[in-house]
Design a binder for this molecule. Sequence first.
Ligand code: 0GZ
Length: 304
Amino acid sequence: MTFEKTPGWLDWYQGPTKPQFKVPAGAVDAHCHVFGPGEEFPFAPERKYTPCDASNEQLYALRDHLGFSRNVVVQATCHGADNRAMVDALVHSNGKARGVATVKRSVTDAELQAMHDAGVRGVRFNFVKRLVDFTPKDELVEIAGRIKELGWHVVIYFEAVDLSELWDFFTALPTTVVVDHMGRPDVTKPVDGPEFELFVKFMREHANVWSKVSCPERLSVSGPPALNGEQNAYRDVIPFARRIVETFPDRVLWGTDWPHPNLKDHMPDDGLLVDFIPHIASTPELQRKLLVDNPMRLYWPEEK
Ligand SMILES: O=C(O)c1cc(C(=O)O)oc(=O)c1
């Protein structure tokens, strides 16, 4: 099946630079996606966008180019609850990738087990309205209870303004809970203002909550973009990510977010995105926890 991309779609950056920051040995890109290819793994009818293709071969070539060792492939919403493209990426990773799936209540125990055997270790619950239709909370609670039995965790994606409304649901989840992209703070607001304080409180009061300190390219308002050799990109995001890394060093993850769905302004050079890391994790110890120790504990605990 051939697909026409959403008008204005930005394709991932070709020919990224070699990062100047050398990531520690065994580093994990803990948030990235594959798209299709649409001919092989069609996009879901209920999708809110139609992307370019982004295959697992291209993802693993980027991993090697950036100096990473492993990936966590997160089900992209354009594939709905059809996890075949993501699972295929895991199967072709030589054990170097784990996954996060999207499932419906109709998923069978045998299907969950097959995904586990392929390397899936979590499910994603998405509350960003432009990406998904609403799923009833009782269905999500039921899924969380079932995947807990497999030792999986729940990944949540939401906007900062919605945290207070979702608080009771999130804090009742029975598993480790991993927040995508710091809960999308509005970085034009103060880092110590009420909105981001609520997010810090969420993590402080709930030791099972982790955060990905990813996606400066999505959150930044004033840039400058990670393009043309810029070594000081997305400066407005740094205080937010840095605060989370320094306050919760053992519960943070980092990922490229390649192939960067739905960016409207520019597509970052992924090499320069890696050069953003030392701005938010400023010591070798923080970098090792962020890039190696934490993701290994969550996704490859048997190797620790
Ligand atoms: O902000 C987004 O548009 C976005 C979309 C998806 C997805 O479609 O799965 O994943 C992300 O991590 C971020």
